[in-house]
Design a protein around this ligand. Structure first.
Ligand SMILES: *Cc1c(COP(=O)(O)O)cnc(C)c1O
Length: 391
C-alpha cells in the first residue's frame, strides 16, 4: 500500500464487536480471563492495550520496521532505547546538537550508570569514525538537528557504526516518516516524540520507538512492560487520529516552511538562517537525497539577545512556546528555552547563540504569517507577551 493509505489504515481493522470504523479508546486496566490460562491475548493493560497496539502496528509499517512500541513521552522512548542497548562499561556516540532533553538524559542520568558518551558533529563522517571504539554500542543521531538543522548522512553513519557492531538510533521527530525513513537508509532503530508532527495538534505528549531487528523488538517489549512507561489509551488514540492526516499536514508545513525561509533569508535583520531547503544550507544536497521534503523547522539569528527578545515580544499570531510540529505556528528562543539545560560553553561551541530564534511553521495562511513577522520587524507598537512556557 502507499504511504497515505497506510497512514489511515495500517494496524487498524474495524472494531470486531461493533464494526466501529475508528478503533475505540480501550479505557481499561485489566481483562476478564475465561479460565485459568485461557484469555484473548490481553491480561493487564500495562502489558497490552488494543488502542496502543493499533498505534504501534501503524508506526511499524510507516517506519518500515518489524515492530513499534509507544511510550509516555519522546524522552521515555529514548530512555527505553538506552536500556535496550547500553550496559555498564559501554560507550555511546551522540550528535552534538541533539534536542536539549536528550542531552540532559544522557549526561545527567544514563552516564551515571557507567556508560561513556562522546558528542560529535555527526555531519562530519571523519569525526564519527574517529570516535568509534570497540565497545561502542549506540550511535544516536538526530537529523536534521534541533535547532540548527544540520544534516547527517544516515547511510554513511550506519555503514561506519555497523563495522564494529554498533546500533544506529535516529530521532526522526523533525521529518516524520512521511519525509524520511531512517531504517530504509540503514539505521536500526527510529525514535519519535509523537508530541510533535505525528500527533500534530499540540494536544498530547507521547513517544514511539520502531525497530528493524526482531531480537531488539522482543527485548524492547520486555522493557516497555517491565519499566512501564507506556502511552495511555487516550493518547494512543489521539496520535492515531493525527497520523491519518500526517501526509497532508506535512505537505502544507513544507510549503509554508519553504516560503517563510525564503522570506526570512531576504530580511536584513536576519544575520544567519538555517533551513535545509535553501541552497545556501551546507546540508542541502544531502537533504535532497535522503529526505523527500524539508519540513517546517527554521532557525535564524537576529544578532543579539536584545534583538531576539524584541522580535519575540512583538509577534502575535506566532505563539511564543516550546514544542513544535503542531498545526499552529510556534516560535521559541533555544538558548533560554529548549536548550537552557545545555551548558553555555557547549551552546556557543555548537552555534546556539543568544540571538537565535527557532520557528515551527504551522499551516495557517501564509499571508497572515508573513504579515505577523513583518510587523514584528517593522511595526512600532510593541505588543504584550502572550505566553512563556517553561520546562
Ligand atoms: C520534543 C522532542 C523530544 C522529546 O519528546 P517529548 O515528547 O517532549 O518527551 C525529543 N526529540 C526531539 C527532536 C524533540 O523535538
Amino acid at each position: 500500500m502507499g504511504f497515505k493509505t497506510d497512514a489511515i489504515h495500517a494496524g487498524q481493522e474495524p472494531d470486531p464487536s461493533t464494526g466501529a470504523v475508528t478503533i475505540p479508546i480501550y479505557q481499561t486496566s485489566t481483562y476478564v480471563q475465561e479460565a485459568l490460562g485461557k484469555h484473548k491475548g490481553y491480561e493487564y493493560a500495562r502489558t497490552q492495550n488494543p488502542t496502543r497496539t493499533a498505534l504501534e502496528k501503524n508506526m511499524a509499517v510507516l517506519e518500515r520496521g518489524v515492530a513499534g512500541y509507544a511510550f509516555a513521552s519522546g524522552m521515555a522512548a529514548t530512555n527505553a532505547i538506552t536500556q535496550l542497548l547500553l550496559k555498564q562499561g559501554d560507550h555511546a556516540i551522540c550528535s552534538d546538537n541533539v534536542y536539549g532533553g536528550t542531552f540532559r538524559l544522557f549526561d545527567k542520568i544514563v552516564r551515571h550508570y557507567g556508560i561513556d558518551f562522546t558528542y560529535v558533529n555527526t555531519s562530519n563522517l571523519h569525526d564519527v569514525e574517529k570516535a568509534m571504539r570497540p565497545n561502542t554500542k549506540m550511535v544516536f543521531v538526530e537529523t536534521p538537528t534541533n535547532p540548527l538543522m544540520s544534516i547527517t548522512d544516515l547511510a554513511a553513519v550506519s555503514e561506519i557504526a555497523h563495522r564494529t557492531g554498533s546500533r544506529v538510533v535516529v530521532d526522526n521527530t523533525f521529518m516524520s516518516p512521511y519525509f524520511q525513513r531512517p531504517i530504509e537508509l540503514g539505521a536500526d532503530i527510529v525514535v519519535h516524540s509523537t508530541t510533535k508532527y505525528l500527533n500534530g495538534h499540540s494536544d498530547s505528549v507521547g513517544g514511539v520507538a520502531v525497530l528493524k531487528h526482531q531480537e531488539d523488538a522482543d527485548r524492547l517489549q520486555f522493557i516497555q512492560n517491565a519499566a512501564g512507561a507506556i502511552l495511555s489509551p487516550m493518547d494512543s488514540w489521539l496520535v492515531l487520529r493525527g497520523i491519518k492526516t500526517l501526509p497532508v499536514r506535512m505537505e502544507a508545513h513544507n510549503a509554508n516552511g519553504m516560503a517563510i525561509a525564503k522570506y526570512l533569508s531576504e530580511r536584513k535583520e536576519v544575520t544567519k538562517i538555517f533551513y535545509p531547503g535553501l541552497p545556501s544550507h551546507p546540508g542541502h544536497e544531502l537533504a535532497k537525497k535522503q529526505m523527500s521534503g524539508f519540513g517546517a523547522m527554521i532557525a535564524f539569528d537576529l544578532g543579539s539577545l536584545e534583538n531576539a527578545a524584541r522580535f519575540l515580544r512583538r509577534v502575535r499570531l506566532c505563539s511564543l512556546a516550546e514544542s513544535l510540529g503542531g498545526v499552529e505556528t510556534l516560535i521559541s528562543h533555544p538558548a533560554t528555552m529548549t536548550h537552557a539545560s545545555v551548558p553555555i560553553e557547549h551552546r556557543n561551541k555548537i552555534g546556539i547563540t543568544d540571538g537565535l530564534v527557532r520557528i515551527s511553521v504551522g499551516i495557517e495562511d501564509l499571508a497572515d504569517l508573513v504579515e505577523d513577522i513583518d510587523n514584528a520587524f517593522d511595526g512600532d507598537s510593541p505588543r504584550t507577551l502572550r505566553t512563556v512556557a517553561e520546562n
